[in-house]
Design a protein around this ligand. Structure first.
Ligand code: T5A
Length: 211
């Protein structure tokens, strides 16, 4: 048996502007206060190659990116991220807290772009083997709430420019994932105040005896 059985892979998900970045630091503080070593990372990104792919994925361009190219670039960045960052940290017994992971691909490329989900599942098996997050927290809020918050923060990137019906499909895909995997995916109501959202997150971590 591995001596690193306590290592935990936690991911944060949700549509644009629901508060993933705001709550990432809060979770890291909770983990560290309970004596856990933790790295914080994000997707797409997390490595030099991944961050370069992120820039290509999010920047505006006159040339329309095909949905398949978008999907493959997400998984190319992920392959690098797992090999160079996520798996080494888990193997060293650290917690990994990741802002988005493969559930985002099911939600955005599967739900939003309406790509065949079996393509995503095949890539997930290929790139990740058995690796799945131990806990995924979906911050759930109506699309209008997330977009209003995100709009106050910065100008929309290539994906954020999609219309509300795209994000409604993304949100519904996230909620379906939570129903399919209640053992490892939970939702919190992110439409509430930051303090109320953090109280729900803390409760989820306590219920799973992570903190
Ligand atoms: N993508 C990603 C895919 O399509 N497929 C994939 O496989 C992957 C991995 C990445 C993009 O790539 C796509 C999805 C995305 O479009 P990103 O930066 O990770 O982009 O994601 P964004 O959703 O764009 O990140 P944002 O920074 O916009 O949103 P956050 O992190 O959810 O929100 P945050 O914390 O920045 O908060 C936004 C604003 O709201 C306030 C904050 O202070 C901030 O001003 N806020 C609240 N205000 C009131 N009440 C609350 N409870 C609040 N919580 C936060």
């Amino acid at each position: 048996m591995s001596k690193f059985i306590t290592a935990k892979f936690i991911t944060l998900e949700g549509i644009e502007g629901v508060g993933k970045t705001s709550n990432r630091d809060y979770i890291r503080e909770l983990l560290e206060a309970s004596g856990k070593q933790c790295i914080v990372t994000r997707e797409p990104g997390g490595t030099p190659l991944g961050e370069s792919l992120r820039a290509l994925l999010l920047q505006h361009s006159d040339e329309q990116m095909s949905d398949d190219a978008e999907l493959l670039m997400m998984f190319a960045a992920r392959a690098e991220h797992i090999k160079k960052v996520i798996q080494p940290a888990l193997d060293a017994g650290q917690y990994v807290l990741c802002d988005r992971f493969t559930e985002a691909t099911y939600a955005y490329q599967g739900g939003g772009r309406q790509l065949d989900v079996s393509k995503i599942a095949d890539l997930e098996s290929w790139v990740q083997g058995d690796l799945r997050p131990d806990l995924t927290i979906i911050l759930d809020a109506p699309v209008e709430v997330g977009r209003e918050r995100a709009g106050k923060r910065s100008a929309p990137d290539r994906i954020e420019k999609e219309k509300n019906d795209f994000f409604d499909r993304v949100r519904n895909a996230y909620l379906d994932l939570a129903k399919q995997h209640p053992d490892r995916i939970c939702t919190v109501d992110a439409s509430l105040t930051l303090e109320q959202v953090q109280a729900q997150i803390k409760q989820q971590l306590q219920d799973r005896e992570i903190i």
